[in-house]
Design a protein around this ligand. Structure first.
Ligand SMILES: *[C@@H]1O[C@H](CO)[C@@H](O)[C@H](O)[C@H]1NC(C)=O
Ligand SMILES: *[C@@H]1O[C@H](CO)[C@@H](O)[C@H](O)[C@H]1NC(C)=O
Ligand SMILES: *[C@@H]1O[C@H](CO)[C@@H](O)[C@H](O)[C@H]1NC(C)=O
Ligand SMILES: *[C@@H]1O[C@H](CO)[C@@H](O)[C@H](O)[C@H]1NC(C)=O
Ligand SMILES: *[C@@H]1O[C@H](CO)[C@@H](O)[C@H](O)[C@H]1NC(C)=O
Ligand SMILES: *[C@@H]1O[C@H](CO)[C@@H](O)[C@H](O)[C@H]1NC(C)=O
Ligand SMILES: *[C@@H]1O[C@H](CO)[C@@H](O)[C@H](O)[C@H]1NC(C)=O
Ligand SMILES: *[C@@H]1O[C@H](CO)[C@@H](O)[C@H](O)[C@H]1NC(C)=O
Ligand SMILES: *[C@@H]1O[C@H](CO)[C@@H](O)[C@H](O)[C@H]1NC(C)=O
Length: 301
């Protein structure tokens, strides 16, 4: 057994030895090219994701690193959805999705933008995202972009002065939020008004709508004026492997993605399963020998 703790200092190393090492079965080793690109523009790309063939599990996990940007930008598959983070531990992808808007001017002009996002795999997280609308004469709807079915009751926000808006809190006055269902892969967000923002043009000429990570968005009353020119917002996707449950996937150890010293969980959004290193191990559970024993340091003798 080998361990790579660098700083021993004055501590005593304690080994964590996994009991019952002989597990019922572990997946056959995946072979991954040794020269895989580990990062793109500061974003870490862990297996099963990869930028070239041989580096990803299958094409659903392809990340295109576009070097025409400086720094380079990673995108999902071959599309235009930019990736901000890939978490191996929590199994999320943080991406950018577009903002829909509906703007008016004094001359009675209107410009409406419906924002559309289409994923091929990995649904939007129903626990970490909120469908959000901003405005004081605002009615927003999120639709399933594939079949046009309304997937929520939408969201309504009305106010007649900036004083009535609670800065910092999205609570229905100037800003409203609602949940989305599990398994959502495509959406169109559209926002409209009841009375063309007349009487409120001075402080709120536009309504905005988007699906965003709840924790990354803090409503500010300044957003009623121009949303600080934001055209895209961070949104979280849940990722998994396979299309089966753990129980089904474990029946075929040739295709089972969880490697030695790992445990399997069923995805709780849509289908597929996820692997985690077992207690006492850390690393990448999708790589052979990816889960390594943790060395515990003790300061007391
Ligand atoms: C990289 O981005 C540029 C600008 O958006 C685009 O024209 C080009 O097709 C992209 N390249 C790849 C490989 O996706
Ligand atoms: C996610 O990406 C953003 C932008 O690239 C970065 O600022 C942040 O530190 C990243 N977060 C994690 C947890 O990696
Ligand atoms: C979603 O938007 C796209 C492009 O704007 C459009 O082609 C499609 O019909 C829209 N879907 C729905 C259900 O409105
Ligand atoms: C909004 O503007 C449209 C087009 O300019 C107009 O037909 C409509 O009557 C206006 N509605 C209200 C409530 O002002
Ligand atoms: C939102 O506000 C909270 C509390 O004021 C703060 O801790 C958090 O960092 C803010 N988040 C962003 C993305 O600004
Ligand atoms: C609203 O809150 C933000 C963030 O807390 C702050 O920067 C801004 O000055 C506040 N705006 C008003 C009008 O109070
Ligand atoms: C938004 O963009 C407009 C036009 O480019 C600019 O005048 C304005 O200052 C910008 N607002 C913010 C908050 O950056
Ligand atoms: C197990 O998975 C491998 C690789 O995907 C596949 O070739 C094989 O047919 C599967 N075996 C069974 C019994 O389904
Ligand atoms: C996987 O492990 C991480 C870190 O130990 C933990 O935060 C996470 O909750 C685990 N996932 C599951 C499904 O237990």
């Amino acid at each position: 057994m080998d361990c790579h703790c660098i700083k021993l200092m004055h501590a005593v190393l304690l080994w964590v030895i996994a009991a019952a090492a002989a597990a019922a079965g572990t997946a056959s080793a995946q072979t991954i090219a040794p020269d895989c690109q580990a990062t793109c523009g500061g974003v870490t790309i862990p297996y099963p994701f990869g930028t070239t063939e041989g580096c990803y599990l299958n094409r659903n996990y392809l990340i295109t690193c576009n070097n025409t940007f400086s720094p380079p930008k990673p995108f999902l598959r071959t599309g235009n959805i930019e990736v901000l983070n890939i978490s191996l531990v929590d199994h999320y992808l943080r991406v950018l999705t577009p903002v829909g808007s509906d703007c008016y001017n004094e001359k009675g002009g209107r410009r409406q933008v419906t924002a559309r996002t289409t994923l091929s795999r990995f649904p939007f997280s129903n626990t970490r995202n909120k469908f959000t609308a901003i405005g004081c004469d605002t009615f927003a709807v999120i639709m399933n972009g594939m079949n046009g079915q309304s997937i929520s009751t939408g969201c309504l926000s009305m106010c007649d002065s900036i004083q009535s808006v609670t800065n910092g809190s999205c609570s229905g006055i100037g800003c409203c939020q609602t949940s989305i269902p599990k398994g959502l892969l495509n959406f169109n967000v559209t926002v409209s008004s009841f009375s063309n923002h007349s009487d409120i043009l001075s402080f709120n000429p536009c309504s905005y709508t988007f699906l965003t990570e709840e924790d990354s968005f803090n409503f500010s009353s300044a957003d009623l004026i121009d949303l600080q020119n934001r055209s895209h917002v961070p949104t979280v996707l849940d990722w998994a492997v396979g299309e089966q449950t753990c129980e089904e996937a474990q029946k075929n150890l040739t295709s089972f993605a969880c490697q030695a010293n790992s445990i399997c969980f069923d995805s709780n959004n849509d289908y597929g399963y996820q692997c985690n290193c077992s207690a006492g191990y850390q690393g990448n559970p999708y790589l052979p020998s990816g889960c390594q024993g943790i060395c515990l340091r003790s300061t007391a003798f």
